[in-house]
Design a protein around this ligand. Structure first.
Ligand SMILES: [Zn+2]
Length: 423
């Protein structure tokens, strides 16, 4: 395989232990409950974690992406210490038909640098006009006995691509589900294959020296995953399942705390779940996690497509699908995804990348092939939402085909995770 020489495999000692001073992060586990109209956040527990994988110099999240954000401020001075934006499964649930009849609760977690003094964490969500509204605040005393300071369960783990110290690199951890103890060798091979899918896809391929990839050898009691419509049920470590919200190919897990507990043994910015199954399916939620099945023939495309959602908040550029959400984009507001626009505020998107001669909207004709424009159809709807390119990995099943606008968004995000100035 090409570039094998660049991939330095480093076995990490797995029996290290941590004293209290070595905890770099706090993980706030909370429940996010509600229906299509109302929502509520309640703290479940606070857990000290060994690693926080970024330097404190870039504490403020620089992009206005996501439907949720947290801000951590000093309780004394009110100064902002940290912020982070993300999306959640709850947010997708809210947009389903089911949420018009029932309310449900979901596990979610956020990780923050271990605060030195008393701090306040505030959760915000967006309203229908995409403006931020405050949901909930909680005061964290870093000395509190309520903070759980256990060492994470030490499953074996490996650094399967080494770019350097986790503090200044983007760290991705691959976590298996549905691989039994006897299938761990298969997982190691699969994880290596998925590592190469990412590192050989532009623009990630230009930044191999900025990306660390880790894998965790977490075994499951049974092999495969749940397929509710086929009456197939499997007991697995992360409890993944197809058919999320009634959408056949939508593979996710609701057991978010189990995922976080498993991931805590390595430094990570991003979690990718690799599910031992040959059926096509996956999912990717911005700054939450991405997930895909291991053995479909389009696994290379699936991995980078879902990671595009997860990593750079990329929206789907297709407009025919069986996604289980209604009215995902409000036509009167500019969506936050960097690669789709309603043209309400095109300046804030990729207008600077469009030639003066290219008409907006741009007709999807051969003449404009390989031309950045604004093509109608995207974000699950045919009308009123525009995409930047005729085709892209965020539109159709083609590996290594991110359009110039998606590539720019990915490059900027790599800069954030590696502490470089973002331009
Ligand atoms: Zn694109």
């Amino acid at each position: 395989m090409k570039n094998t020489l660049l991939l330095i495999i480093l076995i990490v000692l797995t029996f290290s232990s941590f004293s209290q001073e070595n905890f770099e992060a706090l993980r706030i586990d909370y429940m996010h409950s509600g229906d299509h109209e109302k929502e509520e956040i309640d703290i479940y527990r606070i857990v000290a974690e060994p690693y926080f994988s970024r330097n404190n110099d870039y504490y403020r999240f620089p992009f206005n992406y996501g439907n949720y954000k947290i801000e951590v401020t000093s309780a004394e001075s009110n100064e902002l210490q940290y912020s982070y934006h993300y999306n959640t499964l709850f947010n997708e649930w809210k947009a389903t038909k089911m949420a018009k009849e029932d309310s449900r609760t979901f596990q979610e977690s956020v990780k923050i640098p271990y605060p030195e003094t008393k701090s306040i964490i505030t959760f915000f969500s967006r309203n229908d006009n995409l403006e931020w509204t405050k949901e909930y605040s909680y005061t964290i005393n870093p000395e509190s006995d309520f903070i759980i300071r256990e060492n994470p369960v030490q499953h074996g783990h490996e650094k399967i691509h080494n770019a350097g110290n986790y503090k200044s690199k983007m760290d991705l951890v691959i976590i298996p589900d549905g691989y039994t103890k006897a299938e761990m060798e298969k997982f190691r091979k699969d994880a290596g294959r998925f590592r190469d899918y990412l590192l050989n896809c532009a623009p990630f391929s230009e930044h191999k020296n900025k990306i660390n990839i880790w894998s965790i050898h977490l075994p499951s009691p049974e092999s495969g995953t749940d397929k509710p419509t086929k009456s197939q049920w499997r007991k697995t470590a992360l409890n993944t399942s197809f058919n999320t919200f009634g959408s056949q190919r939508y593979l996710t897990t609701y057991d978010h705390f189990a995922l976080r507990e498993a991931a805590a043994v390595t430094p990570y910015d991003l979690m990718f779940i690799l599910v031992n199954d040959s059926l096509y399916g996956g999912g990717g939620i911005f700054n939450f996690y991405s997930i895909s099945s291991s053995d479909d023939k389009n696994a290379d495309f699936l991995m980078v497509h879902e990671f595009g959602h997860h990593f750079a908040a990329l929206g789907d550029e297709y407009y025919t699908s069986d996604v289980a959400v209604d009215d995902y984009h409000n036509p009167d507001t500019e969506p936050f995804e960097p690669n789709i626009t309603t043209l309400v505020d095109f300046e804030s998107k990729w207008k600077d990348m469009v030639d003066k001669e290219t008409p907006i909207p741009t007709p999807a004709k051969d003449k404009y092939k390989n031309t950045v424009g604004a093509y109608e159809g995207g974000g699950y709807v045919e009308k009123g939402v525009y995409r930047p390119y005729i085709d892209c990995t965020m539109k159709s099943a083609q590996y290594d085909n991110f359009c110039p606008v998606c590539q720019r968004a990915i490059r900027k995000m790599i800069k954030y995770y590696t502490g470089q100035a973002i331009r």
